[in-house]
Design a protein around this ligand. Structure first.
Ligand code: UT7
Length: 335
């Protein structure tokens, strides 16, 4: 569908809590090694939030930087969208806590698509702008995953980190965000989930004792395979729909779950690794926050220039996935 009103990213920002936890920290707690974690995932350390720091705190820090980079006062926001599965509270939405901290009164809601949350949020924000329902949207991915980790489960606890990334999405006269494709497969929902805390298994002393409020991933290898297949396919689809081939891509920014997954996706697409952002070493998997954090860090490292074709792709629980093609419209790194 041809649209006359376009959306683009005009501001980026990110926030990682200061406490950096190296792989060796886990060696004393569980049967694992720094070498295993590095070689299987590319992760060397991750940031964990201190007690008392909540998801909206990191989200607001990232948001303030994104707004400053865009040169947009917070009062100009028409909407706040937050992608998260580790929000401050089951409800209201973390976006509402962000709205309260920014002292605003605009609509605010969360997107729950786990590690694919940024893709789903980006599609929603783009559609709101293209439909004329909003001119300026704050889209955040924010997680405090350390609060839902079972530190006796070596298959999951070494993988995740805390952090937030934010983007300002604004109406534009030429296409920035060209398009997003999304996918989901609920038949595989049981391979990656938090089992309890909802209507299926309400919180009880038993659910807490059995760690059923923490992340469960009983078949990491299957998640790995599906991640590579679906992200590569989504990238091809969004590129083709917008008249591009993988050779046209200047920068691939995949969900930062595992360096081996990202390398495999880039290989499948034939995109050389120099044109991909693999930034998992000191961040870990920050779920819905991973793409906007990687985007902000790549931007500040000077990796994009105006007009570059940037490709985002994500994959997570649900299963859910997505890919977005965009022409980078932001000028160089702000002071
Ligand atoms: O962001 C949302 C999506 N999530 C993901 O994308 C995660 C996708 N999955 C993965 O990244 C990988 O599957 C993992 C990193 C989770 C695991 O790597 P793997 O190469 O697939 O290992 P595996 O699960 O096949 O396990 C190999 C061995 C097993 O031991 P045995 O059965 O061969 O004796 C595991 O028990 O490695 C063992 N293992 C560990 N060993 C040391 C699993 N976790 C650990 C650990 N330390 N932390």
């Amino acid at each position: 569908m041809a649209v006359s009103r376009h959306a683009t990213i005009t501001g980026v920002g990110s926030s990682l809590p200061p406490r950096l936890v190296p792989n060796t920290w886990f060696e004393a707690k569980i049967d694992t090694t720094d070498e295993w974690i590095r070689s299987r995932t590319g992760i060397e350390a991750r940031h964990f939030a201190d007690d008392g720091v909540v998801t909206s705190d990191l989200a607001v820090d990232a948001a303030r930087i994104a707004l400053r980079t865009a040169g947009v006062p917070a009062e100009q926001l028409d909407m706040i969208v937050c992608a998260s599965v580790t929000g401050d509270t089951p409800f209201p939405a973390t976006a509402v806590w962000v709205q309260e901290k920014l002292e605003l009164s605009c609509p605010a809601f969360d997107v729950n698509a786990a590690c694919a949350g940024f893709s789903y949020g980006l599609a929603a924000a783009t559609a709101f702008v293209e439909a004329g329902m909003a001119d300026t949207i704050l889209l955040i991915g924010a997680e405090v995953f350390s609060r839902i980790l079972d530190f006796t489960d070596r298959q999951t606890c070494v993988l995740f980190g805390d952090g937030a990334g934010a983007t300002v999405i604004q109406a534009n006269d030429r296409p920035g965000i060209e398009g997003t494709v999304l996918g989901a497969d609920g038949t595989a929902a049981e391979i990656l989930l938090v089992p309890a805390g909802g209507s299926r298994e309400p919180a009880s002393a038993q659910t807490v004792a059995a760690s059923r409020h923490d992340i469960w991933m009983p078949n990491g290898r299957e998640v790995f395979k599906r991640a590579v297949t679906e992200m590569a396919a989504a990238c091809r689809e969004v590129l083709e729909k917008n008249g591009h081939t993988p050779e046209d891509v200047d920068l691939l920014i995949p969900h930062q779950a595992n360096a081996r997954i990202m390398v495999a996706v880039a290989e499948r697409l034939g995109i050389p690794l120099e044109r991909a952002v693999v930034d998992v070493a000191e961040v870990g998997n920050t779920s819905a926050a991973s793409i906007p954090i990687a985007l902000d860090r790549a931007y500040r490292a000077g990796r994009m220039k105006e007009g570059d074709l940037v490709l985002f792709t994500s994959f997570g629980a649900g299963l859910t996935w997505g890919a977005t093609a965009m022409r980078w419209t932001m000028p160089g790194v702000a002071a």
